[in-house]
Design a protein around this ligand. Structure first.
Ligand code: HEC
Length: 498
């Protein structure tokens, strides 16, 4: 068993263990022999008395035979079996939401009765060291109040997320991991990361900000988690309440979305909707490509309909609470409040050097960020200069003085990320509409938009087994926007660059 919430030190211990352990001696538990790392290890349960309810069970018995999606698929039927477009996307997303409604009501709101394996939903291995024990969530991101100025967020908030694959999508997990999950390389090289058609992946996201901290979250469904407080990375775990505010659904559907093979959709909490908690999760939008031909001016206001050039591969539901649209992606491309597609303190690399950007810099989208899912990663998630070696990928950081003169600095608290200019050819590399078997960077293995592989499970496998390709992402960049926040108690975070 792995220690709960392993800190870097214990990770090092695990890596050393892996290096020292002789392969094939798994049965030898005598003497000084150390156990090999366990891909399916779970975090320790909270002490009884602190919490005695149901715990997360890792679902990893991936189906041996490839499961098939329903035929006809209701989401295909909803758009007349043609292509998804901005006119029919709502019907499509409603069909996705209906299709998984029973299972998700159980997972989210009836946890006592949730049994992932029986319901046919599966998880990635290797994430036991970062999950908390009650729901299996891990830290998504940390956002300062200034990220949501229009909807009244008053504290720094941290999000906690988890991912489930349906039985169809789990075909990829079996191809990559097999039974033992110890060596994904042959599966990856054989294209196992490509998801079967009709596969679903879902990702609920919870925020530490309740209604008292963020009015639009009033009444959102609470989950108890047992995780370190604040940004979730340091300190002893505590029982905390977090609130469901975003629910991602992605489906591999090349017939509906031929340019990328995927539809990315997300639901957001809207407390003004009548009905149960699932009914209150309403579509924010969908995207099926990055609209590579639309050059959206950085200063267009996507909250004002018609201000930005029209998009053809994103549909946004304007009848959603403002908080959920406040952080849409570049030019209004789809991105949710959990996704960090906007930077409030950006530095931009221009022909004249580094320049502080005055305003909010929208520079990503669901499919822009997911488009760099490749192995090994050669580009950072966000469009900016990064240095990638065999085992690491570091974005560029800068700091600017009061005169606005900026220079490159090492990562650290309060520094800014450097992005490409939105009008540059480099920036546009993050806004292509590619099929998922073409990587963003030539010579890498395309992971079919699968970021849970690229950013979580594969780096953890490398780290915990001591395999010599290790990206240091997990320890250094636990915040996937690449920004390091100062350690802080909730509410005391610095806004980088203030
Ligand atoms: C700035 C980067 C970024 C943006 C923008 C982003 N994601 Fe992700 N997403 C990630 C990362 C990193 C992971 C893997 C970590 C995890 O498991 O949470 C992930 C994981 C996921 C997963 C789990 C499946 C997988 O492996 O890819 C789903 C589903 C998902 N995101 C949907 C969405 C949707 C829908 C949007 C837009 C509404 C979105 N994401 C926007 C970075 C991003």
């Amino acid at each position: 068993m792995m220690p709960k919430h392993s800190k870097p030190l214990s990770l090092i211990a695990i890596v050393l263990t892996a290096l020292l352990s002789v392969s094939g001696c798994g049965d030898d538990d005598g003497g000084d022999a150390q156990p090999s790392p366990d891909p399916f290890a779970l975090p320790d349960a909270p002490p009884s008395g602190v919490y005695d309810g149901p715990l997360f069970a890792l679902s990893h018995d991936y189906p041996r035979a490839q499961a098939a999606p329903p035929d006809p698929a209701p989401w295909r039927e909803a758009i007349g079996f043609g292509h998804i477009d901005t006119g029919n996307a709502r019907a499509y997303v409603d069909a996705l939401k209906d299709y998984i409604a029973d299972d998700m009501r159980e997972l989210l709101f009836d946890y006592e009765n949730w049994n992932a394996e029986a319901a046919g939903w599966y998880n990635q291995p290797w994430l036991g060291t970062i999950r908390e024990p009650i729901h299996g969530t891990y830290v998504g991101s940390t956002f300062p109040a200034e990220m949501f100025p229009l909807s009244g967020l008053t504290t720094t908030m941290t999000t906690h997320v988890l991912v489930y694959y349906d039985a169809v999508a789990a075909g990829s997990l079996r191809s990559v991991w097999g039974d033992g999950a110890l060596d994904p390389l042959p599966g990856l090289e054989a294209g196992g990361a490509q998801f079967p058609e009709g596969g679903f992946i879902v990702k609920p996201a919870f925020t530490t900000a309740g209604g008292a901290d963020w009015p639009p979250i009033e009444g959102a469904y609470p989950w108890l988690i047992y995780a370190p407080p604040g940004d979730g990375t340091e300190g002893d775990p505590e029982l905390q309440t977090v609130y469901l505010f975003q629910f991602d659904i992605i489906v591999k559907d090349t017939a509906s979305a031929p340019s990328t093979g995927w539809v990315f959709a997300t639901l957001v909490y809207d407390g003004s909707v009548e009905g149960d908690f699932w009914d209150q999760m309403i579509p924010l939008g969908a995207m099926w490509g990055n609209d590579p031909d639309v050059l959206s001016p950085q200063d267009c206001d996507y909250l004002v309909p018609g201000d930005c050039p029209p998009l053809f591969e994103t549909w946004i539901n304007q009848a959603t609470p403002l908080y959920s649209r406040e952080t849409l992606g570049w030019g209004g491309r789809l991105s949710g409040p959990n996704d960090g597609s906007v930077d409030i303190a950006a530095v931009v690399q221009t022909e004249d050097g580094l320049e502080q950007y005055d305003g909010r810099y929208a520079m990503s989208s669901c499919m822009s960020c997911h488009g760099v899912a490749e192995f090994e990663m050669e580009s950072f998630l966000l469009p900016g200069p990064s240095t990638c070696t065999q085992d690491d990928c570091t974005p560029t950081f800068a700091s600017c003085d009061s005169q606005g003169v900026c220079q490159e600095v090492d990562p650290g608290p309060g520094v800014s990320l450097v992005y490409y200019d939105w009008q540059s050819a480099e920036f546009s590399r993050w806004f292509q509409s590619r099929p998922g078997d073409e990587p963003q960077d030539e010579g890498t293995i395309a992971l079919d938009y699968g970021m849970n592989y690229a950013f979580k499970a594969l780096p953890q496998w490398l780290t915990q087994t001591g395999t010599d390709l290790t990206p240091n992402f997990v320890e250094e960049f636990n915040n996937y926007r690449g920004r390091q926040y100062e350690s802080h108690a909730v509410g005391a975070a610095r806004i980088p660059f203030e």
